[in-house]
Ligand binder design. Structure first.
Ligand code: COS
Length: 379
């Protein structure tokens, strides 16, 4: 196993770290309060090359391996998990096209990201979350016209309000079920395609999460990604690839919370000495550090396997599940180390604790991850 990152990629990661320290972290609490990403931040992220990190070189992107992409998302996660979520959603929404799209679809889709556009992955619906196969958005094929007409609604869609291009899953079978699930590209502005209510979330608040409404949305056949009925496999493959990146954002949150707790423990004095000198605090700090390190290693192992072409679905579920549980535990412990101060908005750890919670929920709940892991082990 080799987790080494090339010198060139290391320089890129350093640049991302500086960008996050200057442009993201100082504004994280303000963006959290305003439930909105700072104006101009997407443009700045684009200048840094952070919108198309998943795009291969031959399609005009940086051609990074998964290890490098994960390292970038970890840096973003340190500064603000909401911003990291929004930028990582570009990768999530592009993977289906990279996995199953035609050369023309790949180029068209990646060009949006290469040119500073955002993308959104639209699978979840009011009645279809963990049970991804039960999508009820319908896609009716009009063979004579060479089109599909989409009707339905989507929920909890990251970037919905700011994306230029969408990857929408709909069912081509009247009877529903996973055998009819099909993936489609839907550009923003297609008649009948509207952005609905924006969610008022507990955490990752700078990321834009909205409902989508599809009313007689007509798209050409050439926007269907893969075959009819291939959508479930495409969605599952996509989620396998994206889950280690949720893991890396989670590692970023946990590392940032640990750093805050360490700094505080050295400064805060009680009983005439810094609380860092108390063994119970040291024990917490040590456990937090062990968890962060092991979570990062699991994410890196999974990314390395993906980059080597080794099947990695089990490790992807493990990385996502473990790292997000670690983010929840470490942020909660950081608040504990910092006591009453940690519980206030004067320090960033309460936000990190709220942000960590969604990591255990989105892109497959940790209960689903455990199902995937157990299935891979048992059958
Ligand atoms: N890659 C490729 N194919 C896969 C797959 C994967 N990771 N997982 C399942 N499949 C295939 C199976 O091989 C099976 O194909 P066949 O019927 O041809 O044998 C088919 O898909 C159905 O598999 P299964 O019966 O295991 O599907 P289930 O409906 O039981 O669901 C889970 C499996 C629960 C793992 C899946 O629905 C899932 O991951 N749900 C979570 C979805 C999610 O993450 N939602 C969050 C919103 S998206 S951000």
């Amino acid at each position: 196993m080799e987790f080494a990152i090339s010198e060139e990629t290391q320089e890129l990661i350093e640049m991302v770290r500086e960008f996050v320290e200057k442009e993201v972290a100082p504004y994280a609490q303000e963006m959290d309060a305003e439930n909105h990403m700072r104006d101009g931040l997407v443009e700045k992220a684009d200048e840094m090359g952070l919108l198309n990190v998943i795009v291969p070189e031959e399609l005009g992107g940086p051609g990074l391996d998964s290890l490098a992409v994960a390292a970038i998302y970890e840096e973003l996660g340190k500064g603000c998990a909401g911003v990291a979520t929004s930028l990582a959603a570009n990768s999530l929404a592009t993977l289906p096209v990279l996995i199953a799209g035609t050369d023309e679809q790949k180029q068209m889709y990646c060009d949006v990201l290469n040119n500073g556009g955002m993308a959104a992955f639209a699978l979840t619906e009011p009645g279809a979350g963990s049970d991804a196969g039960s999508v009820s958005t319908r896609a009716e094929h009009n063979k004579e016209a060479g089109t599909y007409t989409l009707n339905g609604s989507k929920m909890f869609i990251t970037n919905a309000g700011q994306a230029e291009i969408f990857l929408v899953f709909a069912n081509t079978r009247k009877t529903g079920g996973i055998r009819g699930l099909t993936a489609f590209i839907v550009p923003k502005g297609t008649p009948g395609f509207k952005v609905g209510k924006k969610e008022n979330k507990m955490g990752i608040r700078p990321s834009n999460t909205c409902e989508l409404i599809l009313q007689d949305v007509v798209i050409p056949e050439s926007y269907r990604v893969g075959r009819e009925g291939e959508g479930f496999r495409i969605a599952m493959n996509t989620l396998d690839s994206a889950r280690p990146f949720v893991g890396s954002v989670s590692v970023g949150i946990a590392q940032a919370a640990l750093d805050c707790a360490v700094k505080y423990a050295k400064e805060r004095r009680q009983f005439g000495q810094p609380i860092a000198s108390f063994q119970m605090v040291q024990s917490m700090i040590a456990d937090m550090a062990i968890k962060v390190e092991t979570a990062r290693l699991l994410v890196q192992k999974c990314c390395w396997m993906r980059d080597q072409g080794i099947p990695f679905a089990k490790e992807a579920a493990m990385a996502k599940c473990y790292a997000s549980d670690v983010a929840m535990q470490v942020t909660t412990d950081a608040v504990q180390v910092m006591g009453g101060y940690g519980y206030t908005k004067d320090y960033p750890v309460e936000k990190m604790m709220r942000d960590a919670k969604i990591m255990q929920i989105y892109e497959g709940t940790n209960q689903i991850q455990r199902l995937v892991i157990a299935n891979k082990i048992l059958y």
